[in-house]
Design a protein around this ligand. Structure first.
Ligand code: FES
Length: 321
């Protein structure tokens, strides 16, 4: 069982085109009830019924944790992906009823920190919007450094600068601007925690720079924004259930297992939380590990798979499900 097994019926209360590639979606409970409490950095899973295909994609909540009459998320359109973001951009309209999971937080502020240093790249800004609302209300020192490729792709830069003033610094690649990580991470008071969300390369650079400068690992927090990749369809045998399933090209293995009615744990649906880790009973072929959970040794053993993001190519894959 997982958070996304207990879905909340919501109505889409607003859809806002933020820029040509990003839309913001706002949800209210169908009964007008308060939505569950959450803290900055939490995500929800949005269920999409797309022409017979059921998809469940995770999105960070960007609304204030102190306002529970509605949730807001932002979705960046990705035409090379599985179709979830395309569905959100093309099909979802105000007034439509959908289902979402209760929030889960894998990227929470560490409340022991004396200061929160937030580093965002692109659509990775969304969890920080909720975190800043939280830090601001609690009166905890924080600052955000937000980088985007271009002014036209930078979502919410103006409104964040208006709302949080000197707490926010923005950088656009096309203006020749960039974050000087070495300088930024060298000049922080003791007890500062750093948080980064954005493209893989940015996360790696922040973690590496912090590590080289001697930051304790427990003070460095990151969230990859992950989407299950598309790929060739493949067949899987579920040993306990005694059934064979086929994973479609635009479906994740997790979604195919769920569609078969076979129980499986999950939380992030993005290869980060470890909840869906599954024992491989037999493998004659290659597992494409796309997660951030298994280490190199576990991957090489071919005895574990993370069905939310990983795929298979070969003759036979049998799982302990
Ligand atoms: S559900 Fe979190 S790693 Fe798969």
């Amino acid at each position: 069982m997982s958070a996304s097994d207990h879905l909340i019926p919501v109505v889409v209360s607003n859809v806002v085109e933020v820029n040509p590639i990003i839309k913001r979606f706002e949800f209210r409970h169908v009964n007008g009830d308060e939505l569950p409490a959450f803290s900055g950095g939490a995500h929800i899973v949005v269920e999409m019924l797309d022409d017979g295909t059921k998809r469940k994609n995770p999105y960070s909540l960007m609304s204030s944790p102190f306002e529970r009459d509605q949730y807001a998320i932002s979705v960046r359109r990705d035409d090379t992906g599985r179709g979830g973001s395309k569905f959100m951009h093309e099909q979802v309209q105000p007034g439509m009823q959908m289902k979402i999971s209760a929030p889960v937080n894998l990227f929470a502020l560490d409340l022991r920190a004396r200061k929160h240093l937030m580093i965002a790249g692109g659509i990775g800004i969304t969890p920080f919007i909720a975190q800043m609302a939280q830090a601001d209300k609690l009166g905890v020192p924080f600052e955000l450094h937000y980088a985007a490729r271009s002014v036209s792709q930078a979502a919410y830069m103006d409104s964040l600068a208006d709302r949080f003033g000197d707490h926010v610094s923005c950088y656009c690649d096309d203006q020749g601007e960039g974050i000087d990580l070495e300088m930024l991470l060298s000049n922080q008071p003791l007890g500062t925690h750093v948080y980064v969300c954005g493209p893989k390369g940015m996360i790696e650079r922040v973690v590496e720079t912090a590590t080289n400068l001697g930051w304790p690992a427990a003070h460095v927090h990151f969230e990859h924004f992950l989407a299950p990749p598309v790929g060739e369809p493949f067949d899987v045998h579920l040993a306990k259930a005694g059934i064979d399933i086929t994973v479609g090209a635009e479906q994740s293995l997790l979604e195919a297992v769920e569609a078969s009615g076979t129980p499986i744990n999950c939380m992030c649906r993005g290869g980060a939380c470890g909840q869906c880790e599954t024992v491989v009973v037999a493998c004659d072929g290659d597992i494409m590990h796309n997660d951030h959970w298994l280490d190199e040794e576990q991957r090489a053993s071919r005895q574990r798979i993370m069905p939310c993001v990983s795929r298979f190519r070969g003759k036979r894959l049998e799982l302990d499900l």
